[in-house]
Write a protein that binds this ligand. Sequence first.
Ligand SMILES: [Zn+2]
Length: 281
Amino acid sequence: MHFTVKKMLVVSAMFMLALQVWATDSAGQGSLLELQGELVQGGMVIGRAPQGSQVWLNDEVVKVTPDGRFVFGFGRDSENTHQLKIKYPNGTEALRELEVKPRDYDIQYIEGISKKIMSPNEEDLKRIRRENSMVAKARAGASVREDFLETFIWPAKGPITGVYGSQRFYNGEPRRPHFGLDIAAPRGAEVIAPASGKVVLAHNNMFFSGGTLIMDHGYGITSTFIHLDAILVEEGQEVKQGDAIARVGATGRATGPHLDWRINWFNTRLDPQLLMSEPQP
Ligand SMILES: [Zn+2]
């Protein structure tokens, strides 16, 4: 088993710059629109507008909470320019150009993956498709929970061994980029909920991801935890931030025990590390 992190990302440096920036609207609406978060690939942005405002990102409706909050995010390979449109309750509209910073991604080489996992047979492929659609369905629900407004906390303790966005080579073959934040921890170590939410998927044995748990934090934001040894909660269960939800494992396509934590805004994969304002405990 050979596990190399070629170069850790500049994410730690980005922490320093991640001070939450509140920006105002250039259309003279001043403090009517506030955005908090990083305008960077993989970043999540929380907005606030007057109650009753409507919001569109690139002409797609962004759902707004009853008190005017909303959330959106940018994918790994997001375009640089996005348009945010706000229609205020008084009928006036404001257009805001968002400039999203590109990032450089890591390259990671992982050896020792079994042949079965590297070359799934016909039956495995059917199973993979079925599992992919379960995951997609779990992430597609747009509940009106407002847990995403909480300040996220670290779900596990341990060294970071894999970062968001890295291009991965398994046994020398290029594969899809990695979208999780990997935290190495012993098998059986506790995983806690980084924010409150509702369990929308609890599956003990998926082909690639092994023990897989998805939590809904509302308005399209979900957390996914994979390679789990055990899941301590059930589908439909409400979980509070800090509650024990699972145990770290090495199930599925994993070379050693670690927690792989992912954040999505619907289908868009975000970087969990950008949500963390505190350094790791
Ligand atoms: Zn991972």
